[in-house]
Design a protein around this ligand. Structure first.
Ligand code: SF4
Ligand code: SF4
Ligand code: SF4
Length: 274
């Protein structure tokens, strides 16, 4: 080993423990893991922060000697339940990695139908084991969440750096609109496009609105979001209840709030009629 490699890693002069890290996927498109390999400019620095011992997209083989497990995907089968429990037993820190792992993600859209219907329509006569899509925390305790569909590489780098330094991890509490305004975008509502930016947790640097696409809420609700205000914005710009419900349902992050949203719309409609 060269002297350079043998030297302990430091960050801002502080010795950094390189945690052993493993990546796993349950039911997912593996797009969140792919994000990690995408940002070539910072990939080597990122990898120097940790010792990757298992990462199917980036290496062959691997061991089960790890401290941090990043688990992507939702739980949709019994074998995934068993696998996730084993990962939880091994990992000191279990990270729900991406919207599928945090909320069920796009996979949970199938929960609107009976599973018999899903199996028949999707798999026909092939006997495929699939059940309702659930977030990781419906099976095991989760220590950290990294939101997004897919996750934002820069945010993962920040979080991993803080984990390696043993520092507390912070999430933005404010909505996407704050980042969107800071980025100098024209509000998409003014351009005739609906957007969940006012109620969705920031951290993606207003990824979609900055590219002229309305937010679909992949990062889930911002702290203290104001559903009633969202309803009045939608009404002001002439969007229907269905348009917003479609977006609220898309990733599963707002599932606990959809009835509140419907109630808020009903109340406003009653008030307008009187
Ligand atoms: S959160 Fe999105 S990108 Fe990540 S695994 Fe799920 S569907 Fe794929
Ligand atoms: S485009 Fe969306 S995120 Fe940007 S200011 Fe308008 S509502 Fe907020
Ligand atoms: S703008 Fe909305 S949908 Fe797009 S990445 Fe950010 S949180 Fe997700």
């Amino acid at each position: 080993m060269s002297d350079t490699l043998a030297k302990p890693k430091t960050y801002l002069g502080v010795p950094v423990h390189r945690p052993k890290v493993a990546f796993f996927e349950l039911s997912s498109c593996e797009g969140c893991q792919l994000q990690l390999l995408n940002n070539e400019a910072t990939l080597l620095d990122f990898l120097s922060l940790m010792e990757v011992v298992r990462f199917r997209e980036g290496m062959t083989g691997g061991t089960d000697d790890y401290e941090i497990a990043f688990v992507e995907g939702s739980v949709t089968r019994q074998d995934e339940v068993e696998r996730l429990k084993k990962i939880r037993e091994t990992a000191k820190v279990l990270v729900a990695f991406g919207s599928c792992a945090c909320f069920g993600g796009v996979n949970q859209l199938k929960n609107r139908f009976s599973m018999d219907q899903v199996r028949k329509e999707v798999y026909g006569d092939h006997p495929i084991d699939t059940d309702v899509a659930r977030p990781l925390e419906s099976v095991v305790p989760v220590d950290l969440r990294i939101y997004g569909c897919p996750v934002k590489k820069e945010e993962v780098e920040k979080i991993v750096t803080r984990l390696a330094l043993g520092s507390e991890v912070f999430y933005p509490r404010y909505p996407v609109c704050m980042e969107c305004k800071a980025n100098g975008n024209i509000c998409l509502f003014e351009l005739g496009e609906p957007c969940l930016g006012p109620i969705t947790r920031a951290g993606c640097d207003s990824w979609c609105p900055s590219n002229r696409a309305g937010c679909w809420g992949c990062r889930g609700p911002a702290d203290d979001m104001n559903i009633t205000q969202m309803v009045s914005i939608m009404e002001k710009y002439g969007f229907s209840r269905e348009t917003i419900v479609d977006r609220l349902e898309c990733f599963g992050g707002f599932s606990a709030h959809i009835e509140t949203f419907r109630d808020a719309v009903d109340i406003r409609e009653k008030v307008q009629k009187t």
